[in-house]
Design a protein around this ligand. Sequence first.
Ligand SMILES: Nc1ncnc2c1ncn2[C@@H]1O[C@H](COP(=O)(O)OP(=O)(O)O)[C@@H](O)[C@H]1O
Ligand SMILES: [Mg+2]
Length: 442
Amino acid sequence: MSYMTETLQPEHDLLTLSNICKSFKKTGGEEHLVLDGVSLNIKEGEIVALLGRSGSGKSTLLRIISGLARPGSGEVLYSGKPVTGPVKGLAMVFQTFALFPWFTVLENVELGLDAMGVPQGERRQRALAAIDLIGLDGFESAYPKELSGGMRQRVGFARALVVEPTLLLMDEAFSALDVLTAETLRTDLIELWLERRIPTKGILLVSHNIEEAVLLADRIVILGTNPGTILAEIQIPLQHPRDREAPPFRQLVDEVYELMTKRPRSAAGKSEAVPLSYRLPSAPINKLAGFMEALAGEPYNGRADLPELADQMGFGVEELFPLLEALEILAFARTEGGDVELSTSGKSFVDSDILHRKVIFAEHLIRHVSLAAHIRHIIDERPGNRAKEDRFLRELEDFFSEDEAERVLQVAIEWGRYAEHFAYEEASGILSLENPGRLDEG
Ligand SMILES: Nc1ncnc2c1ncn2[C@@H]1O[C@H](COP(=O)(O)OP(=O)(O)O)[C@@H](O)[C@H]1O
Ligand SMILES: [Mg+2]
C-alpha cells in the first residue's frame, strides 16, 4: 500500500475535545442531557480507550467526533481545525458492520472510497490492498452471507482502513464476536499498528470491556453515566504484546474495575436511599440471588476479586456491573478496591429460605430505593389502592428518555413485586395492593 500521509503540525493534538455537551429533546420537549462537559485529547501515536457502561454516551461522542452529529456546545478540533461536518482522514468501525448483502467483499470495501471520489482503477487497487492487509485474501468475490462473523468484521475493518485514516474510531468493534475471533482480530490490528503497516496516527476505541481496553490502549478514559462525564484517566504503560496473566496487567485491570465501580457515597460513608431519579440497573431477582449464592459459597466465602469472578463465572462486564450496582444499592454487597464483598444482610439473604429472603429484600428495597418506596406510598394513598403505571412513567420522564424511564420503572416493578410491596397487572398497567405484602410500617 502506498500512503499519502498528511504531515501534522507537531503542536497540535490529533484530536481535541473541549467541554462537549450534548442533549436530546424528549417528546415532552425537555432536554435529556447525555454528555456533560467532556474534554479529551488524542496525541499522535496514541491508542486511547473510552470505557463506559451502556448508555453513557460513547456512541454519541464518536458521532460528534466524526462530524455526523453536532455537539450542543463545546469544540472538536481535528488536526487543530474545527470539525463542522464529515471529516476526511477519519474512519469508523462499528459493532456490526452494515455490509451490503448483494455486493461482494471487494465491492463492499470499495464503497469505503465512494465519498472520496477516487477513480475506479485506483479504487479497485486500494480495496484489494486493504483486503490483503486485513487477512481477507481469497475472499474478494465472496458475498457477506458466505462469511463468518469474524470475517465480516474484517470486511468492516478493510472498509475503514481503505481510506487510510489518520484517526481510526472503533465503536465496540469486537463485542459482537466470539472470544477467540475477537482476540485474533485484536492481535492482528495491534500488529498492523505496531509494524506501521497502516498510516493511522491515532486510534480511539470505545468499549465496555475492561480487559480489551487494558490489552490495547496506551491510555484509558472512563466515562460515567447520566450524564456522561469523564470520571478518571489511567495510563497503561505496558509493552506489546501484552500478557493478560502477568501481574502488572492484572493490577491495571483491577485498578480500572475499581474506578468503574465507584459510586458516590454520602459523607458519613453509609449508603443513603438512591433518589427517584436514579437509573436503576437491569438486574433480575433470579440473577441477583444466584450471584449472591455463588459469592457466598466456595471458593469466595463472601469476598471476591472482580476480574477473577467475572472470568470464573463467564460474565462480561455488561452483565456483571448491573448486578454489582444493584447489590450495592440494596446494601447487600459493597464493591471496593476491585473486590466485591457481601454485607451481613447479603449473607443473611443467602442463608434464608424463600419466605425470609422476601422479607429481607422487601425491607432493603423500601429503605434504599426511593422509587420503590414512592410507588408504594402513592398506591397506599390512592382510593382503592390502585395507580396506573403511566403516572410513574411521566414522573420518570423528567429525568430520563422515554425508553430509559420505561426500563427503570420495569426494574422497580420487578423488585417491588418480588418483595410483595405491590401487585402489577401487565395488561392494564395497574399497580395495586391486590395481594398486599407484609409491609411493616416504615
Ligand atoms: N438520536 C438520539 N435521540 C435521542 N436520544 C438519544 C439519541 N442517541 C442517543 N440517545 C440517548 O443518549 C444516551 C447515550 O446513548 P449512546 O451514545 O448510544 O450510549 P453508549 O454508546 O454509551 O451506549 C442514551 O440514553 C440514548 O438513549
Ligand atoms: Mg454505543
